[in-house]
Design a binder for this molecule. Sequence first.
Ligand code: PLP
Length: 459
Amino acid sequence: MMNVAGVREDFPALRERDGHPAPAYLDSACMSLVPSPVLAAMEEYYRDFPGCAGRSLHRFSEEVGRRFELARGAFAGFLGRADPRGVVFLRNATEAINLVGQGLPWEAGDRVLISDREHNSNLIVWQRLATERGIRLEVLPLSEDGSFDSDALEERLRARVRLVSLFHTSNLDGRTLPVREITERAHDAGALVLFDGCQAAPHQKVDLDRVGVDFYAVSAHKMLGPTGTGVLAAAVRPLEELRPLVVGGETVEWSTLEGHSLRPAPYRYEAGLQNYAGVIGAHAGIEYLGRVGFEAVERQQLALNLRVTRAFENEPRIHLLGPPNPRDRSSIFAFTVDGVDPNDVAVFLDEGHDVMVRSGMHCVHSFYARRGLSGSVRASFYLYNDRSDADRLIVGLKELLLRVPGTRPTGTSGGTAGSTAPSGSAPPRASGSKAAAARSARPRRRAGRGRAASGAGSG
Ligand SMILES: Cc1ncc(COP(=O)(O)O)c(C=O)c1O
């Protein structure tokens, strides 16, 4: 059983300030909070051994090099890779996906298969390759109810697909795809697989070698680490086929004025001076997670997701996104509220209840555009959230519903977000400058148009 109160004490951001209680921080799918051991590890680097790895021969340099490689080994273990040479440190998951996308030796007509619910980080790169290199981007539609259609995948794989690139867990609604089955089917059809693991790796044990995944992208800032640190965890053979995205210092074995020879993987992909503090901090983050254990993390977030889901399952004005069962939604409770813009919901919860959620399009604009929706609200739970956080969300949302004019609870069951329609009634207006900013940033309900401030950011 996890001691949540003890865990919370390790997170300095969870404190009272300026007359506000510690926030109910329910935005970990965007950015998780950072515990003291991570802050200490980063400070330790700058304080005790602030050198460049692999360049100078003094003790600082030796120590940072040792810590950097320790972190590489730890990430390999964390993600289930036996060979740490498959772990490439990059800025974030977006860069990891770009390294694969821009690095594979494409031929015109090569097919890449994605789903219809990918984060922009796993969409735009392929669209660009379609325009510039003539690859063919195929889209696998996913069902509204969250079930995965193996036959649809099989059907798509019949046309020779070069790469299947899908989310592992969706940042939109928390659904998790069956990575083993997808990987096996893709490999049987001769395709490589890439999974965007941003929303999965922070919440469940990932075993990449056992499943046989070729490429896997993660970001440290969603698993207790600092911003600006990401990992591509690849199988070594396919990794070596990639053309580096950036070259220069650190990537070469030797150079003359006429040419150069690149270092082996992973070093050829880590150009320039590295984010040592970030990587060392990210290592401390996964160590922290390891001490708590995924079983405890999963149990805690499921209990909270269940609590919030139950509170609104008979509320017809709240429309859940994704599978109805919280067990199938990882740490995410995403929804729309009839007649209230998602940005207004978020500002209302923040200003009125100190509840921090994410609103907007979550970097999956294509999903909302197709449905004529202006976005959704996403509450995401993590190991430091307790029951009072869930209850504050419930109380805040109930109060919001009381204020929505022209709509009444009927006591019948809630719907799905796909059926959400604007009620035409005026939404409650949160006060203050943030509310105004949210309102002015609100996208129009017109497919494919508008750029909500919160929808345009990272998901
Ligand atoms: C599913 C998913 N993919 C990709 C990303 C992009 O991650 P990063 O900003 O670290 O590149 C995110 C971030 O929110 C995400 O949730």
